[in-house]
Design a protein around this ligand. Structure first.
Ligand SMILES: [Fe+2]
Ligand SMILES: [Fe+2]
Length: 148
């Protein structure tokens, strides 16, 4: 997994075209609404990166950090209702991961604003993104596609 993430997420500071995470076909789970929202999350993370690169002020950063946080909440709600409808057996465990993340997101988001250090939030988002899409959500994808 490491190798294929490296192709799309620049870690060496040489960012191309101000895109922090470049969407790759491998990220698609094959569930349209979930894929669409995952792309939306990438868009919000890239917007935060863009705002930082272009040295936008604190107000813009605050709005973008709020947008990332709120959009992630929307995504979790949609994903959970989808998983519930599908009768996903590990629903509670997955929901627990989402709840944990919601909590951490708001803590790190506020802390990075307080410390004037959005880089910390961005790094956290990158690691979370890898874990969420490439590990955790692939568990339910395998379950759901296995039953179709
Ligand atoms: Fe999830
Ligand atoms: Fe997800």
């Amino acid at each position: 997994m490491g190798e294929y993430m490296e192709k799309s997420i620049a870690n060496d500071g040489s960012y191309e075209h101000n895109v922090f995470i470049r969407w790759q076909p491998e990220y698609n789970l094959g569930i349209p609404i979930i894929d669409e929202q995952h792309r939306g999350i990438v868009t919000t993370i890239n917007s935060l990166f863009y705002a930082m690169q272009n040295k936008h002020g604190e107000n813009v950063l605050k709005s973008v950090i709020n947008m990332v946080t709120e959009y992630t909440h929307i995504h979790f709600d949609v994903e959970e209702s989808f998983l519930h409808k599908c009768g996903f057996t590990d629903f509670k465990k997955h929901q627990g991961w989402h709840n944990e993340l919601k909590h951490t997101l708001s803590n790190i988001g506020s802390k990075s604003l307080w410390d004037h250090n959005p880089q910390e939030f961005l790094e956290f988002l990158k690691n979370w993104w890898i874990d969420h899409i490439c590990e955790k959500d692939k568990i339910f994808r395998d379950y759901i596609l296995g039953r179709m």
